[in-house]
Every structure is written in C-alpha cells, then in structure tokens.
Write a protein that binds this ligand. Structure first.
Ligand code: NAD
Length: 500
C-alpha cells in the first residue's frame, strides 16, 4: 500500500500544492484505502486563479480561432493516446469497471472532437440589404472567465463537457471538480497543457461549498456550469443568477423505461439490466423505474432472473458488471432507501443490501435490487437512489404510463420499448422529459446535439454541448453597417487604393 499523494491544483499556469491544511481523503471505494488527499483551495489561491484567468482572457480571446481549433485537435489525439491510462486512474478512484471507466473518458473525447469544429460552430449570421445600402451581420464573442463545478459520477466526461468548448469559444475557465475523484480531472488538465493550450487559460481549484461560493459571487466570473444533485443545483442556480451570472445547472434524475407488450422481450430484459445497474446505478441517465404496460407485467420473472445473474466487483475484475458505490455514505443512503421501500409496502424481489465481494470486505457494495408493487408515494419512487436498484410499476395503458412519468418532478431521460411506430410517436410527442430513447435504453445525445434535461433535472436555458453550449459560452454582437458610395477613394492606375 503506497502513501497517499497530495493532489495538486492548477493556478496561474503552474501545477502546485495548496497551502491549505484542510485536506479531504480520496478513497478507493472497493477497499477504503486512502489513495490521495485533495486540498480545499485557500481564498488567496482562489483569488489568484480568478485574476490569472481574467488576465489570460485578454490575449486568448484574440488568438485566431483556427489556432484554438488546433489545440482541440491535438488534445483529442492526446486523450486517445492516453485513453487506457485515464481509464485506469478513473477506475481506481471511482470503482467503475475498467470498460465503464474507458467509456466515461470516451464520451468526453467526443466532446473535444466536437470542440475542434469551433470555427464553424462560432459562425454568425448575415443579411445583405436589410435597408437600402445597409447590411446586418452578427458575431459570437466570448464572455470572459467561466467556471464549472462537476459531480463525482463522470469525472472525465463532465469536465470535458465544459472546459474544451468554453475555451474553444475564446473564454478562460476555472474548474472545481468533485472532491471525491479529483485525480482524473487533474490528468485531463495536464494533457490539455501538453496539447499546447496557453498555461493559464484553464485553472483547476479544489474544495466544496466555500470555494464554489467564491466562484458564484465573484464579479469576474461571467458564467457557471454545474452538474450535480437537485438541492445543490437549485442553490447554484439561485445564487449564480442572483449575482447576475449566466447559469446552467444540470441536476438529479429519476428515469423511466416504458415497456409495451409488443416489445422484443429479450431486448427489453438485456437492456434493462445494464441501464439500471451499470455503473452501480450511479448515472444521471440510469433507468431506475420500469413501467410495464399490460401483459408486459408478466416479464417480471425474466427481469429478476437477469438481474440475479450479475454481480459487482473490483475495477479490474472483468467478470464484474459494475463496481462499488462511491462512498460509505452513498451506500448507507441507498441502504436506508431500500429499507424504507420495504417499510412502505413495496415487494423486494431481489435484495442486494447484504452483498459481499470476496477479497474486498470493506467495499461499498450493493447488489442488484428489484422492487415491485411500487407506488408514486413511496420514497424509493420519489427520491433518486443512485444505486443498483430497479423499481417496477405495472400500468394498464400507454396513457397511464405517460401520466405517471409526466407527474414526476424530474425529466432527464426516458425510453420506450415497443414494436409500434405509432406508440413510439405518441410517447415522444407527449412525454415531458428532455431526452427520449426509442428501443434505446439510455439516450445520451452525441455532442453535435445537446444534452437536454428538463424540469427539476435542469435549471437554466442553454444546455450542455452542441449548438446550445456555444450560445451559452458566447455573446452575440449584431452589427448594422452602411458605407457611402461617395466615399470610395479613387483607384490609381497601379490599382492601389489612395488612402489619403
Ligand atoms: P453533488 O451535488 O453532491 O456535488 C456536485 C458538485 O457540487 C461537487 O463538485 C461538490 O463539491 C459541489 N457541492 C456539493 N455541495 C455543495 C454546496 N452545498 N454548495 C456548493 N457546492 C457544493 O453531486 P454528486 O453526488 O457529486 O453527483 C451526483 C448527482 O449528480 C446525482 O444527483 C446525479 O443525478 C447528478 N448528475 C446529473 C447529471 C445531469 O446531466 N443532469 C449528470 C451527472 C450527475
């Protein structure tokens, strides 16, 4: 067992140790071994990061867009070269299986590929002759210093949703990653500088509320991107906007999969297993409720058998379907909700509460858990469990399923499994959820679209990546111009314009 390393921060172009004595343990979720300690950046260091980002903006905003695009091209190449290495760092600190950890990195790489298209993405609009001899055209210009606050569950993908696009737009960026798995974002930052980014366009600070509050209130920060839980998202949105900032806050979820009786039974069962328990259910797009319509209620036994056939394990166990939960606190919270589900009258067909994994007696394990007879009043339905727990609700009709889901406060993702185009179309049209899969269990859009959660799953206006992120990270400047023909200078015989 090696001594825990102290995680560095990136401020004013230097990777440095913080002077802070306030250190947070980063633990291996399968063993509780302390693998690193992350500092809570001091107020003075926060100030230095903000001032440095502000100074860097003045030159970065004038760097030609093609040069900014080349940094992103090089960066995506470096991330691909280091894909396995990043996957291993990520797996060790989150407990995700190696394949899942590499998937987390890959979804981030795709956003960097998208950011390499920045010249096209930034294009404004033009109309000639809006009035006689007058043209109107618009530019997109960067905002200044932007900041991002990210959750533990995708320590590569979510930071990469934010800083590459913000910086490609010409902004500078301060990232405050999750204190639970900061080593992955620090490695992303190292590779970003290696790709040729000026050293002070990205700053990485660490900590919790105190550091976030400084970002939310400092007048130099123009925009805040947040991803995390609902209560913190509401706080970030309220505080950031009260301080006159642009804010996008992606928050928690409760995602439903509707299963119609005409669906492909084998596909449903196979897909529901990974969608509910993959990454130990710690995905904001995980399916946590299966809504079985009509005779699809007869498939519960198949779902139970499939869930019973998978098990958790350590990140390098290639037979494991998923890893431990991130922390003992996260595990306890999920266990409490499972216990409440039983008390409140749901039937627990499969109980992963006492799950053990050989060789890892101290891991934050929960096995696949399946509840039926769930009603909307129960805590296991109303609250996000963020564990490998699937609730089943049986309804008579598609209309009943739509009404149930539309009544839930969250609206991040949903899916319908059916062979009927008409049922799928009705569902996609009427459902009040921002991301819909049709025979696709976890419909996370690729980066040329945007990640479009709704209702309590998102506070703000413009969403992550795609065209909406470009709007979020830029201002539009619209110019109306008139040139008088009588001012055209004489052009001499050598065809040079007389400028006098
Ligand atoms: P969290 O809300 O506890 O923490 C998110 C970030 O906020 C962290 O960086 C943390 O340090 C900071 N933070 C925590 N408390 C704070 C406070 N009081 N004031 C200011 N900052 C604070 O979330 P988490 O547990 O890291 O992540 C899991 C949550 O994120 C789940 O609810 C999940 O659904 C959600 N999530 C949502 C999306 C989405 O796109 N909608 C994506 C991923 C995760």
């Amino acid at each position: 067992m090696s001594a825990p390393i102290q995680v560095q921060q990136l401020i004013a172009g230097e990777f440095q140790h913080s002077a802070s004595k306030d250190l947070i343990d980063v633990t291996n979720p399968a063993t509780q071994e302390v693998i690193a300690r992350v500092p809570c950046t001091t107020d003075a260091e926060m100030r230095q990061a903000i001032d440095s980002a502000k100074a860097a903006f003045l030159s970065w905003r004038n760097t030609p867009v093609s040069q900014r695009a080349r940094v992103m091209l090089k960066y995506q190449d470096l991330l691909k070269q280091h894909h396995d290495e990043l996957g291993e760092i990520l797996a060790r600190e989150t407990g995700k299986t190696f394949e899942d950890a590499k998937g987390d990195v890959w979804r981030g790489i795709e956003v960097v590929e998208h950011a390499a298209n920045i010249p096209s993405l930034l294009m404004g609009e033009t109309v000639e002759n809006v009035a006689r001899g007058i043209d109107t055209y618009s530019y997109t210009q960067p905002l200044g210093v932007c900041a991002g606050i990210t959750p533990f569950n995708f320590p590569a993908m979510i930071p990469l949703w934010m800083f590459p696009l913000a910086i490609a737009c010409g902004n500078t960026f301060i990232l405050k990653p999750s204190e639970q798995d900061p080593q992955t974002p620090m490695r992303l930052a190292e590779l970003f500088l290696e790709a040729g980014a000026p050293r002070d366009v990205l700053q990485v600070v660490h900590g919790r509320k105190q550091q976030v509050d400084m970002l939310l209130t400092d007048p130099e920060i123009k925009a805040i991107s947040f991803v995390g839980s609902v209560p913190v998202g509401q706080y970030i949105y309220r505080t950031g906007t009260a301080n006159m900032k642009r804010v996008q806050a992606f928050a928690g979820a409760k995602n439903h999969m509707v299963v119609m009786p005409d669906a492909n039974r084998e596909q449903v069962v196979n897909n529901i297993v990974g969608a509910s328990c993959g990454a130990a259910g710690q995905r904001c797009m995980a399916i946590s409720v299966a809504v079985l319509v009509g005779q699809a209620s007869e498939w519960i036994d198949d779902i139970k058998t499939a869930l019973g056939n998978i098990r958790p394990g350590a990140w390098d166990d290639d037979q494991a379907a998923f890893g431990p939960l991130i922390s003992p606190q996260a595990r306890q919270r999920a266990l409490d909700l499972i216990a409440k589900g039983k008390q409140e009258g749901a039937t627990c067909l499969l109980d992963g509460s006492d799950c053990t994994v050989e060789g890892y007696p101290d891991g934050n394990w929960i096995g696949p858990t399946l509840f039926t007879d769930v009603t909307p009043e129960m805590s296991i339905y109303s609250e996000e469990i963020f564990g490998p727990v699937l609730c089943v609700i049986c309804v008579d009709t598609l209309e009943d399923a739509i009404a149930l889901i539309n009544a839930h406060p969250c609206g991040n993702g949903t899916s319908i499994f059916t062979a009927s185009g008409a049922a799928a179309r009705k569902y996609q049209h009427e459902i009040e959820v921002g991301q819909v899969g049709i025979n696709v269990p976890i419909p996370v859009p690729l980066p040329f679209f945007s990640f479009t959660g709704w209702k309590a799953s998102f506070y703000g206006d413009q969403h992550a990546y795609g065209k909406q992120a470009i709007r979020f990270y830029t201002e539009t400047k619209t110019i109306t111009a008139r040139w008088f023909e009588s001012d055209i200078a004489d052009v001499g015989p050598n065809m040079t314009i007389n400028l006098k």
